[in-house]
Design a protein around this ligand. Sequence first.
Ligand code: ATP
Ligand code: MG
Length: 159
Amino acid sequence: MRVVTKGAAQTRELGKKLGGLLVPGDIVALVGGLGAGKTVLVQGMAAGLGIEGYVISPTYLIIREYGERVPLYHMDAYRLSGPEEMEELGYEEYFFGSGVTAIEWADRILALLPREYLRIDVGLTKGGEDGDRCLAFTPYGERYEVLLKELERHVDLGP
Ligand SMILES: Nc1ncnc2c1ncn2[C@@H]1O[C@H](COP(=O)(O)OP(=O)(O)OP(=O)(O)O)[C@@H](O)[C@H]1O
Ligand SMILES: [Mg+2]
């Protein structure tokens, strides 16, 4: 599934719809360059999970936790020195814990991801206007195929 958003508000809205469908144990791997819109999407996901307050990039902390009913583990692998640092953070407790995990720069730790997860590539569109972003969703595993079908029903894919 591919969606083009026009402006951060639309990406946030899309993230909110996704967040509304997520359940504990879900893993969302975000891939895309600096300023692509990964954090904006996670802000929307947080809203969809019913988390109040502002979600910011965890770049310097690598992981931040939000929410109570369904915790959101927001990770950013950008500044990771390597997989060992993820091990030290105890990443498995998050991946297999009782919350939703969202990982920015997930391409840096692909080898550590479980077999099943939702990948979202966020990028600029070719020849698009400023503020256009393309989001490409790839499900790995049946859970995420089902999730995407559900999301498609909630998203206006445009013409
Ligand atoms: N369609 C869009 N979707 C998302 N963000 C957009 C869009 N159009 C413009 N923007 C702007 O692009 C920027 C995206 O920033 P954001 O922090 O989400 O990027 P990021 O992918 O998390 O980058 P980083 O790798 O530095 O963490 C914001 O300033 C946002 O306002
Ligand atoms: Mg970010």
